[in-house]
Design a protein. Structure first.
Lengths: 592, 81
């Protein structure tokens, strides 16, 4: 077991589960991530599994402190997501979800870029099927755009990998850095999956379109495996600090306006990955530790939030703020779990976000990055505002929607309960998490100043929400969509199409006219009397040059035509042309 | 937050909740004077800097978002054919 890549368990279970039904299928599904978790824990450091391929050795699985953390959390969240999804009988979804999770683990432990790329694309394709599994019109068109974006991103990555291999002769997954075209291409490929603006809109487009269970899987793997690869290949890249800072605060404006709960969660997901990008960009031991710890904590609370939204969707079929509200009496357990997730993402003291996010913010402070630090604090207030308050408020409180659904089923409660317990557990006892981080941790999250500062930001942010809500200034929930960068390929594609229509179609019809009717007509007229036409061309051209009159020309033309029509020449015109052609060919062939 | 049936819908409870909330704000401002600070930047040490920053951030966030809505908001069928 210690020499098997953890991804194998997932892929095997994805295939095997398709042949079974009911509880046996569920057992197979949940056994995979449990076995995977054991494998991740037991694997020794270093290259674990290699595969000879052509003239090189592919390193399928290579373990160190950085990727083992990601391995742990990917397996843990898979266990929870599979448990949560028990009610979903759709074999297509459960199998593609496991392949997707297996792909993420494959990327995480890949020792060379070729292996990484294969698992990267496996993830893209499998996650597309997870989106498709909602089987709605919306999910079909979303999945189509989603797969196009990810295949484009995958090709950027592949191009970068190939250029790098050509230049360095090495495929090892190690520090790349923004150097040369290959560095930028690899960076761009990873940036697509990490949802770095302006390449982020696929996330908000696809995740809210997935089924109630599919979105939980989606929220965990694509962006966080990209975080891992970024931390491996581009630590300390300054550009990431600025992109990450933009990433933390731009999506929160959208989140305030967004009407779909899972849309709000998608924007806050981008915002949280922004914190991780800043940490990777700073690149100090504290910052990298912070980024990894935040990814770990984030996967749990974001999964928890998507599970609570999923449970509500499972029971009511609704996800819009305008349709929900007042559910705290009928789904109290889900409500509490959602609040725990909200408190964790907001980084309340004693919840998981606090012990991880504060590492990144402190790292920005230690480096005296004033603007970045201000942006992160602004985003911290903002994320509480939209994800911390808005999500639970509009689902479970706010206006009473009149819905009185049943509480979530036992397995959903169990999955949400474990996730919530882990969120609080990490917040209260951060040391076990700190112990598995890539670098030794000396950071102390719970100092008086940290706690009071953070609570002030959060509670006074909440005060702003209260006052704006009570005074009616807070933007009302409206059934609407808000334009984002996907406009450029959704509307832009149509513009492009129209432009092509205007420019290319006239060219096409011109060419059609010339080649389809013009040229053949001319050829037909010429070839009906080739020698005669040739003679006309020569004789009449000569006469015209000599200044002959129109009547003279007309007369000569008639005479030539008549001679040919009545075969007045001793030799057929065609034969004459053939002889001339042959003579020309022999001259070219023999003399030259 | 309380999970009992309809706790927030019972008369007076929402007001009670808000009172506790406002009281906690006052406590936080007071507590600020009693903690030892290690500011990375000079202004961080100012009393209740974080309270002001959090409040202003959120008000700005909502106001800017409201303005953005004028440009960004479209009907739900905007992308449909």
């Amino acid at each position: 077991m210690t020499s098997l890549p953890p991804a194998l368990f997932f892929l095997a279970a994805a295939l095997l589960s398709a042949f079974f039904k009911g509880n046996l299928r569920r057992l197979i599904l949940i056994a995979a991530p449990i076995a995977g978790l054991c494998a991740v824990h037991l694997m020794p450091e270093g290259a674990v599994a290699t595969l000879p391929f052509l003239d090189m050795d592919l390193v399928l699985c290579e373990v160190d402190r950085l990727n083992r953390v990601f391995g742990y959390i990917f397996c843990i969240v898979s266990i929870l997501a599979v448990l949560f999804a028990f009610q979903n009988e759709d074999k297509g979804e459960s199998s593609s979800a496991l392949i997707y999770a297996g792909g993420a683990l494959g990327v995480t432990f890949a020792g060379d870029f070729l292996t990484l790329y294969v698992f990267w694309e496996l993830m893209a394709v499998a996650s597309t099927f997870v989106v498709l599994s909602a089987r709605t019109k919306e999910s079909r068109s979303s999945a189509f755009r989603y797969v196009l974006v990810h295949l484009a991103g995958g090709l950027l990555l592949l191009a970068g990998i190939l250029l790098r291999y050509q230049a360095t002769g090495s495929l090892a997954v190690e520090f790349v850095g923004l150097e040369g075209l290959s560095g930028y291409l690899i960076f761009a490929g990873i940036a697509v999956n990490a949802a770095i603006p302006p390449l982020h809109s696929w996330l908000k487009d696809a995740y809210p379109a997935a089924s109630w269970s599919g979105a939980v899987f989606l929220s965990a793997f694509t962006t966080k495996s990209a975080v891992y690869v970024m931390a491996r290949t581009f630590p300390g890249t300054e550009l990431l600090i600025w992109l990450g800072a933009i990433m933390t605060f731009v999506p929160i404006f959208y989140a305030v306006l967004e009407n779909d709960i899972r849309g709000v969660l998608s924007y806050s997901l981008i915002n949280q990955v922004g914190f991780m990008m800043v940490g990777i960009g700073i690149g100090s031991a504290l910052a990298i530790n912070g980024a990894v710890a935040h990814a770990f904590a984030h996967i749990l609370y974001k999964g928890l939030l998507f599970m609570s939204a999923g449970a509500v969707m499972y029971r009511t079929g609704k996800t819009r703020c305008t349709d929900l509200g007042g559910l705290y009496t009928s789904m109290p357990f889900t409500c509490i779990c959602c609040i725990v997730g909200a408190a964790s993402i907001s980084a309340f003291p004693l919840f998981s976000g606090f012990v991880s996010k504060s590492m990144i913010v402190s790292a920005a402070g230690y480096e005296h990055l004033l603007l970045v630090w201000l942006a992160l604090q602004f985003a911290s207030a903002g994320v509480f505002h939209h994800a911390g308050i808005k999500v639970p408020f509009f689902m479970f409180f706010g206006h009473d929607s009149g819905l009185r659904p049943k509480e979530a089923p036992w397995n959903m409660k169990l999955a949400m309960g474990i996730a919530a317990a882990l969120c609080i557990g990490i917040g209260v006892f951060p040391q076990p998490l700190y112990n598995i981080l890539p670098f030794p941790v000396e950071y102390v999250p719970y100092t008086g100043a940290h706690v009071v500062d953070q609570l002030q930001i959060l509670m006074f942010g909440a005060l702003a929400f209260c006052l704006l809500m009570l005074s009616g200034i807070y933007p009302a929930e409206i059934r609407s969509i808000n334009l984002d960068t996907d406009w450029f390929y959704r509307k832009g594609a149509r513009l492009f199409y129209a432009a092509c229509d205007r420019v290319l179609n006239p060219i096409n019809s011109l060419v059609q006219k010339a080649l389809g009717s013009g040229l053949p007509d001319m050829a037909h007229r010429f070839l009906s009397e080739p020698a005669g036409n040739l003679e006309k061309l020569v004789v009449l051209g000569y006469l015209k040059h000599q200044g002959a009159s129109e009547e003279e020309l007309e007369r000569r033309r008639d005479r030539i035509s008549r001679r040919y029509r009545y075969l007045a020449y001793p030799l057929g015109g065609g034969v004459l042309l053939s002889v001339m052609f042959l003579a020309l060919m022999s001259y070219l062939y023999i003399v030259r | 937050m309380d999970e009992k049936k309809g706790w927030f819908d019972r008369p007076g409870n929402l007001k009670r909740f808000l009172k506790v909330f406002y009281a906690s704000l006052v406590l936080l401002v007071i507590a600020d004077f009693f903690v030892e600070k290690h500011p990375h930047f000079d202004f961080e040490g100012a009393p209740s800097f974080f309270a002001a920053y959090g409040f202003i951030s959120c008000v700005l966030l909502v106001l800017v978002a409201k303005v953005l809505r004028l440009f960004l908001m479209k009907g739900e069928d905007y992308y449909d054919d």
